[in-house]
Design a protein around this ligand. Sequence first.
Ligand SMILES: [Zn+2]
Length: 375
Amino acid sequence: MPIRYINELLGLPELQLHSVVSIHETEVHLEASPVAYKQACPLCHSEEAVKRDGRNTPRKIRHVRIFGKKCFLHIPSVRLACSRCNIGFVWSYSCVGSKERYSRAFRLQTVNQALVSTAAHSARMQEAPASTVQRMHQEALPAESERLLQQAWHQAKEQTDLVLGIDDFAIKKGHTYNTGIHDLRGETMLDLLLGRKLDALRTYAEQHSEFLNLNPKAVVMDLAQAYHTWISECFPKAIRIADRFHVHGYVIESVQAVRKSVQSTLSPRAKGILKSHHRLLNPPADSLPEKSRTQLDQLLAFSPLLREVWEWKESFSRWYDYSPSFDVARLGFIRWCQQGKGIEHEAVQNDAELGRGNRELPSLSLDECDSRRTA
Ligand SMILES: [Zn+2]
């Protein structure tokens, strides 16, 4: 292949390829030099008084693969001098940073590989030291993260049916909680704010006008009062959705709380059986294999209260999955809350009370379930 085609293949217009120094099974070494003869002085920005002043040891630069082989570019380290400023400097290449041994194209490719997999994987693919790839990755992260963030906010602002998700999380469980703001349809995280109390949330909104400029159609969150108050202040028109994952979590917790108090009243044998199979109470009955169903029936026969709360949990999923319309779902929800209030256990009554106290919430979850159905 004529050298000028290889030159085009490399995609480095500032370089002129002279020769293929060597070509082995796994490596190709190419010799190149700058197309231009002079470079502007970094101080006076003019070429006028600049003269070439010899060369330092040539640089060996790792570049992106060519013909499936590792590619090294041997380029001169041209010394230049500006007589006007009375300084000396070396040629600066745009394809590679000063004093760096990897071309920008190679770094970009390596970092992109690492971003979609791992630095170790990228290092294997590029046949480069893992520590080097790790460093390139670390160096590229701040800019990459900034770019993704800009993109996420842009997407959220443009989104006509924006659905936000607000959720708390702790980096270490049990420690300080933070709040994540997500664009659920775009599947991006927009921001992280410290804390989850109303004061912290309000301060964030005051300081971030771009957040208040969003126009969410709905906001999904758990049942924490602070979130509901905050979101109703920021986006009064948005539908607030208590998401299923959280509500279902509360229901399961109640079932297990009842199970624990029932367990303490049973005979040692029954107690043991209930304890070791307590997880069978959580999943929907129709998702259990036959054998587990039989075991579950045995557990439920231990206590009418346990059976009652388990049935209440089952009817929650039924209500969520099978309500054919908004009106039926609204009615179903009221019945479900009544069913819960009829169960004589504090854990359940609290949940049922939650539904009653936050009158808005159930209708909101229903809106979501309605729109999912029509979608
Ligand atoms: Zn100068």
